[in-house]
Design a protein. Structure first.
Length: 298
């Protein structure tokens, strides 16, 4: 998500050095090409050595501000004491109501109508620093985790001029309202699993979008076989069969794979993923799945 902003900073002559964790080959490849093209020094960072590397980067570049964008490690208290008031985090979600490691996931899963980027001062508490700039965008009902990330990456590039104006005017930011704060930990196994018994069709459809593409969908199981729901659609005005949630109501090419959910709602599984690959939901019949059988509640 940081790539468009990095390119915009470089094009504007504002990028004087940048560093990336050494365990992300894809990011390193992109940044290496940008560094080779621009001559801007690139630091491949090691978590245990990051404090010294950040010091070296700031001293070499003479940076007046340091932006962290999807940076996975906490900035040490030593660094924040040495260089007070120059570290700013790009949080790809709205603060204070969407604190945590993956606000994009929670935004889509909870069917929030808005997302955005919050640029805040970094202090010793995660996601609690004063807000310097907040920009919002609408979240539509068809957005996946991937499409919202792309929209936010563009937003990160477009807000830079406004951000620089605020920093040049020595704006110190606005304190966050703790009464409005919510913290969401990084999604775990239980967060990406489907419970047909507890969740209605709209909830499961949103969960599938929140897991696409990074988790290749939301998990369900049949006979111990892991199946991930990648794309689904709520079926309105359907017959409410008197069967348990998770029961397959339809499994053919004409009607697709339709599953009973909680609250008398039904969901059509348009695209699924298994170890055999991505496929239309109805094609699971090739593996022995039949109408009337039941997915497991996870």
């Amino acid at each position: 998500m940081a790539f468009p902003a990095l390119q915009a900073l470089q094009a504007a002559g504002r990028l004087c050095a940048f560093g990336v964790p050494g365990n992300n080959a894809e990011v390193i490849d992109f940044c290496s090409m940008l560094s080779a093209h621009s001559g801007i020094p690139l630091f491949i960072m090691d978590r245990e050595k990051s404090t010294g590397q950040i010091k070296e980067m700031i001293e070499l570049a003479g940076a007046g501000a340091v932006f962290t964008m999807t940076f996975p490690w906490k900035i040490s208290s030593e660094i924040l004491t040495l260089y007070p008031g120059i570290f700013y985090n790009f949080h790809y979600g709205l603060l204070p109501e969407m604190r945590g490691a993956d606000p994009v996931f929670e935004t889509i899963r909870s069917r929030s109508a808005q997302s955005g980027i919050t640029v805040h001062l970094i202090d010793r508490y995660i996601d609690k620093g004063a807000v310097v700039l907040k920009k919002t965008i609408s979240v539509t009902a068809d957005m996946t985790h991937g499409t919202l990330c792309t929209r936010l990456s563009w937003l990160g590039a477009s807000l830079l001029n406004e951000l620089f104006n605020l920093l040049q005017n020595n704006f110190q930011g606005t304190k966050q309202d703790e009464d409005q704060s919510r913290y969401y930990p990084k999604p775990g196994a239980s967060d990406v699993c489907i419970s047909w018994e507890r969740q209605d069709a709209e909830t499961i459809e949103a969960l599938a979008r929140a897991c696409n593409p990074w988790n290749k969908g939301a998990y369900t199981q049949w006979n111990g076989w892991n199946i991930r729901v990648v794309e689904a659609a709520v079926i309105h005005n359907a017959d409410h069969a008197a069967v348990p949630p998770g029961t397959i109501l339809s499994l053919d090419k004409e009607n697709g794979l339709i599953v009973k959910c909680n609250h008398h709602s039904n969901l059509k599984l348009d695209i699924v993923y298994t170890e055999e690959g991505f496929m239309s939901g109805h094609k699971l019949s090739v593996f022995g799945l039949r109408k009337g059988e039941q997915f497991m509640n996870l």
